[in-house]
Design a protein around this ligand. Structure first.
Ligand code: GLC
Length: 659
């Protein structure tokens, strides 16, 4: 499919978001197949009974997005439940696979967009806006996969992390001291479980101030970073969007002096509150502020740090000073009145509506390189531009190596600068399944380096959930166990069956040559690393309804067990495949299964991998760290294929790959 198949239509006066890297002249007229109602601010298109709708990247529900209402408005939403409409990201890309053709749209608009995909009318998609100012790209292609490639040529090549970032990472909110982290490293080492990264949550900072390290709890930070690195472990600190308001804190003082923080209409800096208490938000949409904030990462890279995660960058707002005052005065008024039950609900709503309040996003403005714009209108760009700030500073200050970077909030185009993790999920079996369904959609939008908090972030996990989740997580590029303060500890040494955990993590390390190779091919060719089955077997109508099995790279299909107390599951095979049931990297059984339905046994410690006909799965001997994997002694599991037919991509894993 050539790029001529992409058409651009411009409505109103859209802002330049930076999502797109190709300049396509806007067409006059209306996109074929769509009805535009500028009074109602809607776009509509009919759907056939057979139409399958893919896309929207990181959001809720299934791979086929039909039957729900999705809102692009980046949200600090810890309850990833079916009834919700928004998560942390806005990826306004939809593919319609009709009976006879495929067409996709990308809506480039930085504010709120509602996608009603057969929710109000099951045969209609309707997209509505608050402001009818946007670019609409229409992409036609022979297949959804070809459309994905055209879309990615339009929006740019995916971010490429260092190879070590494909190793296992242990994280938890609550590692407070260097000794806490040493303990994690030591316990993993004692059990000989491979580990490449330990994540540092906000606890490492001094009073939650970005780019500071608590000197009492982490004395001589550079030598601690080195001590860990000498053990083969990289420390990955978090950076939050809000800058603590504190006299004498250089980031705060410089930001105020240079005018780099977001301002209210009266020109004063917005005062919001997040983890550090009261903060100002850097104006990442302003290129000078971006450069200034980006260069702050250098304080940590100079100490030996090689990776970061950007958080709270929707931005999350616990409260703003102004709104809190309003709430208190309303409550005072209520105090003197007799509250009926509706009054009580109103009172409760006031309290519950304090965090991430929509009005707060209308209280402040950006200097979008010369254009004053209300935050609400460009809300979905904030995390994108924060991550751009970091990534561009790495290009300036750390030219010779790749730096790990992923973010919570994102918008299309951010995939050029970093990956994403899927935010604060729960230790629920349903969220393991959600993780499976989110991966192909994220891949379509270019977010290849991605994964969920394995084991679940919120609430108490269980040993079997962590195990089953890791059995899927070993196939996701970002492979991190993370959990919230106050929940059950879920480092693998906390559980009884650490032998099985070791086997699963070792299997990941055995798979790294394959995973890295397939990831890199997807990144370099604007392809997908994790795909829905229907992208590969379009003539088999059954696969369109299979959303709990996915293809990982060219050779394998995976089918995790995602329910508690199950020792197997049903799978659907679109063609004959070789089932490999792994108990460890070198203990597995193999069986050829014919196309069709099967019930497949999978004990708690067993990982199911299906090798596609004519394909090869290379396996390495596991190592304790990615850098130590020996590529010269690979073994291969094949199904009707010669092991030499596998096209292995490899590189040093560190040198930046030029586009
Ligand atoms: C947010 C992040 C989570 C982190 C926590 C504390 O909830 O999503 O990953 O642990 O903040 O920093």
């Amino acid at each position: 499919m050539n790029e001529a198949s992409i058409q651009r239509y411009t409505f109103g006066n859209p802002l330049h978001t930076g999502a797109v890297v190709k300049d396509i002249a806007a067409q006059s007229g209306l996109p074929a197949g769509w009805k535009i109602d500028s009074d109602q601010k809607t776009l509509t298109r009919p759907m056939q009974k057979e139409t399958v709708v893919y896309g929207l990247g990181e959001t809720l529900r299934g791979i086929n997005k039909r039957g729900w209402l999705y809102t692009s408005y980046n949200s600090d939403e810890p309850h990833h439940e079916e009834g919700k409409h928004s998560l942390y990201a806005s990826h306004n890309f939809l593919i319609f696979e009709d009976k006879d053709k495929c067409v996709a749209i990308f809506i480039d608009h930085p504010g709120r967009v509602n996608f009603d995909i057969g929710y109000s009318d099951k045969d209609m998609v309707s997209i509505s806006f608050e402001d009818f100012d946007f670019d609409m790209y229409l992409i036609e292609g022979e297949s959804p996969e070809k459309i994905v490639t055209s879309f990615r040529k339009l929006t740019g090549r995916s971010y490429i992390p260092p190879k070590w970032a494909f190793g296992y990472g242990q994280s938890r909110w609550g590692y407070k001291t260097a000794d806490d982290i040493r303990t994690v490293a030591k316990r993993y080492k004692e059990l000989n479980i491979p580990l490449d990264m330990i994540y540092m949550d906000i606890d490492y900072m001094k009073d939650f101030k970005d780019f500071t390290v608590n000197p009492e709890r982490f004395p001589d930070f550079p030598s601690f970073v080195k001590e860990m690195k000498d053990m083969g472990i990289r420390l990955i600190p978090i950076i939050d969007a809000g800058v603590k308001i504190e006299e004498g804190y250089d980031v705060y003082e410089e930001g105020v002096k240079e005018g780099f923080f977001c301002k209210k209409d009266d020109g004063t800096n917005l005062v919001a509150a997040v983890w550090p208490g009261k903060v100002h938000f850097p104006d990442f949409l302003n290129s000078k502020a971006r450069e200034w904030f980006g260069d702050k990462y250098k304080t940590l890279t100079d100490a030996g740090i090689e990776g970061f995660w950007n958080d709270m960058n929707e931005p999350a707002i616990f409260y703003t000073e102004d709104h809190l005052k309003e709430v208190f005065s309303e409550i005072k008024e209520m105090e003197n009145k007799e509250l009926d039950i509706w009054g009580f609900f109103q009172f409760r709503g006031l309290i519950e509506g304090i965090a991430n309040n929509g009005d707060d996003y209308r209280r402040f403005f950006h200097d979008f390189d010369g254009i004053k714009v209300c935050h609400d209108k460009v809300h979905n760009l904030y995390g994108f531009y924060m991550t751009m700030a970091a990534s561009q500073s790495f290009e300036r200050n750390n030219k010779d190596k790749r730096i790990l970077m992923f973010s919570r909030a994102s918008y299309t185009g951010m995939h050029r600068y970093g990956g994403v993790w899927t935010g604060d999920n729960m230790s629920w079996w349903s969220h393991l399944l959600l993780n499976v369904k989110q991966m192909p959609s994220l891949n379509m939008t270019g977010f290849l380096y991605t994964g969920a908090d394995l084991g679940g972030f919120g609430c108490d996990t269980t040993e079997d959930l962590v195990m089953r989740w890791l059995e899927f997580g070993i196939f996701t590029p970002l492979f991190r166990n993370h959990s919230a303060l106050g929940t059950r500890e879920q480092e693998l040494y906390q559980f009884k069956d650490n032998v099985s955990f070791k086997n699963i993590i070792e299997l990941r390390y055995s798979l790294i040559p394959y995973i890295y190779s397939e990831f890199m091919k997807a990144a370099l060719n604007d392809g997908m690393y994790i795909k829905p089955l229907s992208f590969e077997y379009p003539s088999d109508k059954r696969v369109y309804e299979v959303e709990d099995q996915v293809l990982v790279g060219e050779s394998i299909m995976v089918s995790p067990v995602y329910e508690q107390n199950k020792t197997g599951r049903y799978v659907y095979l679109p063609e004959d495949m070789k089932l490999v049931r792994f108990r460890s990297y070198n203990n597995y059984d193999e069986e050829i299964l014919s196309a069709g339905d099967h019930y497949v046994k999978a004990e708690l410690n067993e990982v199911l991998v299906f090798i596609r006909k004519g394909h090869v799965l290379p396996l390495a001997k596991p190592a304790m760290h990615v850098d130590e994997i020996d590529y010269s002694t690979l073994s291969y599991i094949t199904y009707d294929a010669d092991s030499s037919s596998y096209n292995m991509y490899n590189d040093d894993g560190v040198t930046p790959v030029n586009s």
